[in-house]
Design a protein around this ligand. Structure first.
Ligand code: GLN
Length: 249
């Protein structure tokens, strides 16, 4: 187990539009509540990305910001080396698209980092609202809940698996998709991607602990349980919230 957990907050100046920096705060706080030392290392545009941090989070943002982000991250290479070394990486929305094979932005197709086998192209209209899913990966049993806001529709290739099967809202393919086809997020090796804002780890403590367990080299069941009734209340309020009427989608 690491003495001090260091969480890389990747490009908060560029991909920090939707409050996803909170994911790094949640990881740090849940580590500290268990008596671990933990710090966040912000890695801004132009900074070298160290490849040996314990975990990385990358957030959502606008199309132009995504182009800046992918240019920097591909030139730097540190995040790709961290993924190759199986270090946990959590990417949200624009972060998901940037880590994928390609996405559409600025009127053209942009090559992503290729750390996860997904491609993203535009939907007819933006998908906005609550999203919930049943987890499909080992170690997660609790309903995943978040807020989606994306124009991009993301298709998974054979090397990526979905994070969850959608039970409310739309997920990767957006509102135009058939409900039976709806999945949310993508997972490949140590990379976990999702459209869930929230921040996702504030709304999904089990997902936060899965990342913490991987980052610290322990089993999730060996992390000391944390009693946080306010988080349980937040989760049940959001999971039980009424779906948006179709006219508002
Ligand atoms: N610009 C991307 C899209 O609209 C990502 C948006 C986001 O990060 N919320 O699909």
């Amino acid at each position: 187990m690491t003495d001090k957990l260091t969480i890389g907050l990747v490009l908060p100046d560029v991909l920090g539009t939707y409050g996803d920096d909170g994911n790094a705060l949640v990881l740090r706080q849940r580590a500290r509540m268990r008596g671990m030392e933990a710090e966040i290392r912000p890695l801004r545009l132009g900074d070298a990305i160290p490849d040996d941090l314990d975990a990385y989070t990358i957030g959502g943002g606008e199309d132009v910001a995504q182009i800046l982000a992918v240019k920097h991250l591909s030139k730097d290479g540190g995040l790709a080396r961290a993924a190759a070394a199986s270090r946990p990486i959590l990417a949200i929305c624009a972060g998901l698209q940037v880590l994928g094979e390609s996405f559409t932005a600025g009127g053209g197709t942009v090559d992503g980092l290729g750390l996860i086998d997904v491609t993203t192209s535009p939907q007819k209209a933006r998908t906005i609202g609550e999203v919930a899913s049943a987890p499909l990966i080992d170690g997660l049993t609790d309903t995943l809940t978040g807020f989606e806001n994306h124009l991009g529709a993301t298709v998974l290739g054979p090397d990526a698996s979905p994070l969850g099967r959608v039970t409310g809202g739309s997920g990767n393919l957006g509102d135009d998709s058939e409900p039976s086809d709806r999945v949310e997020g993508a997972v490949q090796g140590s990379v976990i991607c999702t459209y869930m804002h929230g921040p996702a780890l504030a709304r999904n403590p089990q997902l936060a602990d899965l990342i913490l367990a991987r980052a610290t080299g322990v089993a999730i069941k060996d992390l000391q349980p944390l009693e946080l009734p306010e988080i349980d209340r937040l989760r049940s309020e959001r999971i039980n919230s009424k779906p948006r009427p179709k006219s508002e989608r």
